[in-house]
Ligand binder design. Structure first.
Ligand SMILES: Nc1ncnc2c1ncn2[C@@H]1O[C@H](COP(=O)(O)OP(=O)(O)OP(=O)(O)O)[C@@H](O)[C@H]1O
Length: 255
C-alpha cells in the first residue's frame, strides 16, 4: 500500500496589494501518494505557482495547512526540491559548481561533492560541459543543469513549475524523457505543473485539473502504459479520449 506523502487541507492564499486583495487559491485540499507522478494542469493565473510555493514551504498559507510526512510544513525542507519556471543558475559559477551547490550548503566534503556532481552531470547528458558557464549554454542545457542541481540535493519530492515551457518541441520531448528516466531510477514523488494537456498525459500517473482560484475540476488517474511515446500516444484512442476529457474540463473552468 502506498502512503500519503504530501497533503494540503483547506489551503487558502490571499495576496494584498495597494489595499486590493487577490485570492490566488481557496480551500484547496489534495493528498499526494509517495512515489507518484502528479501533473497539475491549469490555465494561466489559476494559482498553480502559488500552490507550488506553498508546497515548497516558501510562502505561508493565509488559511489551512500543508503536511509533509504527517507534520505541518512551516518553511523550506531539504527533502523537497523545487524547479521554478525561470533560470536560477548562478552566472558566475560553471556547470560543475552550480550542480555542487546543494552539496556545498550541506557541508559535503569537496571530493565527494565533485564525484556526485560529475555523475549527475553525466545522467543529464552534459558530460564535457562541466566548465561551461550558464551564458555559454543553450536554454535546454541550462534546464538540464538546473535538473542536475535539483537532484544533487537528493530530495525525495520534486516540485516542478512548467520547467520545460520555454523550450522548442524537440528539446522539450528530450527533457520529458530524461525526467521520466530519472524518476524511474530514483523513485521520487513528483508534482509537475503545466498548462499543456499532452505534457500532463505523457508524464503523469494522475492529472489534477485546476480552475479558477485552484478549484479542482477533475482529478483523474492516468493508466496509459509506460514508457509513453508522444508519437504513438497521439493516435491511441485511450489517449485521445483522455485529451478530450481534460480539454473539456479546462474549458469548463474558464467560464
Ligand atoms: N506575490 C503576489 N502578489 C499579488 N498577487 C499575486 C502574487 N502572486 C500571485 N498573485 C496572483 O494570484 C493569482 C494566481 O497566480 P499564480 O502565479 O499562482 O498563477 P499560475 O496558475 O501559476 O499562472 P501562470 O500559469 O501564468 O504561471 C493571479 O491572479 C496572480 O496575479
Amino acid at each position: 500500500m502506498t502512503a500519503t506523502l504530501l497533503q494540503t487541507r483547506e489551503l487558502t492564499k490571499q495576496f494584498a496589494k495597494n489595499d486590493v486583495a487577490t485570492v490566488a487559491l481557496r480551500d484547496f485540499t489534495l493528498s499526494i501518494e509517495e512515489g507518484s507522478f502528479v501533473t497539475v494542469l491549469g490555465r494561466s493565473g489559476c494559482g498553480k505557482s502559488t500552490l507550488l510555493n506553498l508546497l515548497a514551504g516558501l510562502t505561508q498559507p493565509s488559511k489551512g495547512e500543508v503536511r509533509y510526512r504527517d507534520r505541518v510544513l512551516t518553511g523550506p525542507d531539504t527533502e523537497i526540491g523545487y524547479l521554478t519556471q525561470s533560470d536560477t543558475l548562478m552566472p558566475w559559477r560553471d556547470v560543475l559548481r552550480n550542480v555542487e551547490m546543494p552539496l556545498e550548503i550541506r557541508g559535503t566534503p569537496a571530493r565527494e561533492r565533485r564525484a556526485v556532481a560529475t555523475e549527475l552531470i553525466g545522467r543529464v547528458g552534459l558530460t564535457g560541459f562541466e566548465h561551461h558557464y550558464p551564458r555559454e549554454l543553450s536554454g535546454g542545457m541550462r534546464r538540464r543543469t538546473s535538473l542536475a542541481r535539483l537532484l544533487a540535493g537528493n530530495p525525495s519530492t520534486l516540485l516542478m513549475d512548467e520547467p520545460f515551457g520555454a523550450l522548442d518541441a524537440q528539446l522539450r520531448a528530450e527533457l520529458q524523457a530524461d525526467l521520466l528516466r530519472l524518476w524511474h531510477e530514483g523513485g521520487q514523488t513528483v508534482v509537475f505543473v503545466t498548462h499543456d494537456i499532452e505534457e500532463a498525459l505523457l508524464l503523469g500517473d494522475r492529472v489534477v485539473v485546476l480552475g479558477k482560484i485552484g478549484a479542482i475540476l477533475l482529478d483523474r488517474p492516468i493508466e496509459l502504459a509506460r514508457p509513453r511515446n508522444a508519437d504513438t500516444l497521439r493516435v491511441d484512442p485511450e489517449f485521445v479520449a483522455l485529451h478530450t476529457e481534460l480539454a473539456a474540463a479546462l474549458q469548463e473552468g474558464a467560464r
